[in-house]
Design a protein around this ligand. Structure first.
Ligand code: UDP
Ligand code: MG
Length: 329
């Protein structure tokens, strides 16, 4: 249990007890029919010795396979199961938000459907929660199940993000974590549409601790991500937690202005000393093209932020629910 980041890791409030508590598992699902059988099998095995009441909130994120049908069948015989069907595919972050909103437990644990977040670890999470930690998150030590490229890009992301963001996120921590109700309520207060959950989870603070675990490969089925999606996701993360890409243009602009000033002085002096030169088409062109390119980039970055402001300003809901199964109301 070594927190690999700067977050404080000292429990203060002292021991708590899990007796009589309810734990909500929140599982976002997008085309996970193939893995459902094994998932529920593993959950039955794991939940037996947690010593808490378990509620399973499954969010069907617009699956096009039999995920929802299978969940429906299971909900008929499993009183622990609650199913939320979103109106379409809203993306994992939105699905997770929907699930966390609907979870009624004293403790909430988001979990991937593909068993890449091993449910048996939750027993350990519970012990740490009892010791006074409000958030216990899994830290992926062995990512050998991910491709070299995925690991490289993920590393790059964490390094860049933590350099520029005021709120560093622990590298290799995912959404897999146990959260106290206090933390969940804090999360639910955040009004933003851009739900970069990893960042938000850390931003809320509280007493957090990491538990290292080896991340197993996907149990069955296929990942819903590709590099383009991951890149967009990373960009959402950046823009949600730092304005550094906006500010960088100020320094770059100042530097360019300084360079231009020096060049202007040098040119004037040269004309005064050596007389008029052959018209410098090439140098002029280079400077202009470079200047244009830099300005376009700066506009682009501005545009990204303005676009996101627009998204937030519209205030559309993060997700829409089409159907709910297994809830009391
Ligand atoms: N997921 C989702 N909506 C999406 C994409 C993914 O709810 O649009 C769910 C998916 O069903 C799984 C979790 O998010 O439970 C993680 O997705 P996946 O395993 O595909 O991602 P990876 O592990 O490859 O990062
Ligand atoms: Mg996965």
């Amino acid at each position: 249990m070594t927190p690999d980041n700067a977050l404080p890791a000292t429990p203060a409030s002292g021991p708590r007890s899990r007796i009589g508590k309810t734990l909500s598992l929140v599982i976002p699902m997008h085309n996970e029919a193939e893995v459902l059988g094994e998932l529920f099998h593993q959950l039955d095995l794991a939940t037996a010795d947690w010593g808490v009441t378990v509620e399973i909130v499954c969010v069907d994120d617009g699956s096009r396979d039999r995920t929802l049908a299978l969940l429906g069948e299971r909900a008929a015989s499993d009183a622990r199961l609650r199913v939320i069907a979103l109106a379409r595919n809203f993306g994992k972050e939105a699905a997770l938000t929907a699930g966390v909103d609907a979870a009624s437990g004293d403790l909430v644990v988001p979990l991937d459907a593909d068993l890449q977040d091993p449910p048996r670890l939750i027993g350990e999470f519970l012990t740490l929660w009892e010791q006074g930690f409000d958030v216990v998150y899994g830290v992926r030590t062995d990512r050998s199940s991910d491709s070299a490229m995925k690991r490289f890009t993920a590393n790059l992301f964490y390094r860049l993000f933590n350099q520029v963001s005021d709120c560093p996120i622990p590298a290799s921590a995912g959404d897999f974590r146990l959260m106290d109700r206090q933390v969940v309520d804090a999360l639910r207060q955040l009004p933003e549409r851009n739900r970069f959950m990893k960042g938000l989870f850390t931003w809320v603070g509280f007493r957090q601790v990491g538990v290292p675990y080896a991340r197993p490969p996907r149990e069955a089925g296929a990942t819903s991500w590709n590099y383009l999606k991951l890149f967009r996701f990373a960009f959402d993360g950046f823009t949600a937690f730092t304005t550094a890409p906006l500010r960088v243009w100020t320094s770059l602009g100042l530097l360019t202005a300084l360079g231009a000033f020096i060049a202007a002085v040098a040119l004037i002096v040269r004309v005064m000393v050596a007389g008029r030169d052959v018209p410098g088409y090439a140098s002029l062109m280079v400077v202009m093209l470079l200047g244009f390119a830099v300005q376009m980039l700066a506009f682009g970055v501005l545009g990204e932020y303005v676009g996101r402001l627009y998204q937030e300003a519209k205030g559309r809901p993060v997700y829409l629910v089409r159907e709910r199964l297994g809830f009391d109301l």
